[in-house]
Design a protein around this ligand. Structure first.
Ligand code: PMP
Length: 414
């Protein structure tokens, strides 16, 4: 293989790896090679420390307490909201709602905005490459309201058909919900022009940012999306914390989601008045520790610079794609012109799961299966793929290990 491993200019990957304790462990007596970053990224020590410092030093319930610990916890929680606001370029911190993750953010919109605004005969437009969490909530809503779910087709190269998108848009379209980046193909969708076109027919747009927030620069004002949802655990932060951005006027017009403490202004047995944004949508004790640690994860990303990270991941993707294509019978699924750092593939006559198991035996973690995108897999006539997804701490040597691991797996299966 005469392909040099391009060394990223601005990042010291060795030093970055040192920040991730898990990368020092072995799996099946081999050094761990972790290529399942699109499912969840590993966590730097700073994120782990933030969680333990919260529980060790200032654990308290937020907002209602007047004692010092409650004040410290509240300040840290709200500081994280400010950090998120900056990270996504929102105009106001009230537009940042903490959720459990992307899934909860999408369900919140479906249950509140959706129930209030979708009527019989209305159309909701999603794409053929959506994750189940951006399909099922809309299906439930359409079923409840007698509305119609329409789907933007996926082209053979893994891009969305923009011709079909424009043809599908009509005054009946009330909502467009699409992923900015596909978790199964890596495709980056042209969301900005898509949002513009949707607004021209009066539709509201939700962007699933689960796979894009970690890789792309997010500016919700420039993008002009109405909602943007993402998960902390896919950008070096903890599980169980995510964000739903919504435009203030839309969020204000929406009915509440869950009822309980914190989301109220005043309660009598006769009636309840609701709290202001964003608390209106944050009923109950939130995930305080992980919300605070999300800020640490964003700082980690900002310190390295998303642009630097992107360059490194793009180089890994290019290198991995070229090397994978030398394996006989291997087909890459998803060859969009613009991709985030992940590569999905199938190998003729071999079940993806068998490859996954044989790679795991060599300490290499990849994801196999339908990636929660069963309709997309059906579109390509396959049951699933093997997916290697990259993060800033991955190396070219690890890609070499994947290729060697694949050759070994194929030998064992032949
Ligand atoms: N959308 C996409 C594109 C995803 O990749 C994922 C996670 N695999 C989700 C939504 C759901 O995210 P979460 O499970 O963190 O709620």
């Amino acid at each position: 293989m005469i392909l040099t491993s391009p060394t990223p200019i601005d990042l010291n990957i060795g030093a970055i790896r040192q920040q991730f304790p898990i990368l020092g462990r072995a799996v099946k007596d081999r050094p761990l090679v972790y290529f399942d970053n699109a499912a969840t990224t590993q966590k730097p020590q700073a994120v782990i420390d933030t969680i333990s410092q919260y529980y060790g030093n200032y654990n308290a319930n937020i907002h209602r307490g007047i004692h010092s610990l409650a004040e410290e916890a509240t300040a840290a929680y709200e500081a994280s909201r400010m950090a998120v606001k900056e990270f996504i370029g929102a105009a106001l911190s009230e537009e940042v709602i903490f959720t459990r993750g992307t899934t909860e953010g999408i369900n919140l919109v479906a249950c509140t905005w959706g129930r209030a605004n979708i009527a019989a005969g209305d159309e909701i437009l999603i794409s053929g490459m959506e994750h189940h969490s951006n399909i099922v909530p809309w299906q439930i809503l359409c079923h409840e309201k007698n509305a119609i779910l329409k789907v933007i087709p996926v082209l053979d190269n893994g891009e969305l058909s923009m011709t079909d998108y424009h043809n599908l848009l009509s005054p009946k379209t009330k909502l467009v919900a699409v992923a900015q980046a596909s978790n199964a193909l890596g495709t980056v969708n042209p969301v900005k022009p898509m949002i513009k076109a949707a607004h021209q027919v009066g539709a509201v747009v939700l962007i699933d940012g689960a796979q894009s927030a970690v890789h792309l620069d997010i500016d919700v004002q420039d993008m002009d999306c109405d909602f943007f949802a993402f998960s902390g655990h896919k950008l070096y932060g903890p599980t169980g914390i995510g964000v739903l951005f919504g435009k203030k006027d839309i969020l204000e017009s929406m009915p509440v989601f869950q009822g309980g403490g914190e989301m109220i202004k005043e309660v009598t047995f006769e009636r309840t008045t609701y709290n202001e944004l964003p608390y209106k949508f944050e009923a109950g004790t939130p995930n305080i520790a992980d919300a605070i640690a999300l800020k640490t994860a964003l700082e980690f990303l900002n310190d390295l610079g998303k642009d630097n990270i992107r360059k490194h991941e793009a180089a890994l993707l290019k290198y991995a794609t070229a090397r994978l294509e030398t394996i006989p019978g291997l087909t890459i699924v998803g060859k969009a012109r613009e991709k985030v750092g992940l590569v999905s593939f199938i190998i003729k006559g071999v079940h993806p799961q068998d490859i996954g198991v044989l790679l795991d035996n060599q300490g290499i973690a990849v994801r196999t299966g339908h990636h929660c995108t069963q309709p997309l897999m059906a579109r390509f006539g396959i049951a699933g793929t093997v997916r290697a997804s990259f993060a800033v701490y991955n190396t070219f040597e690890e890609v070499d290990a994947l290729i060697a691991g694949l050759w070994k797996a194929l030998k064992m299966l032949s």
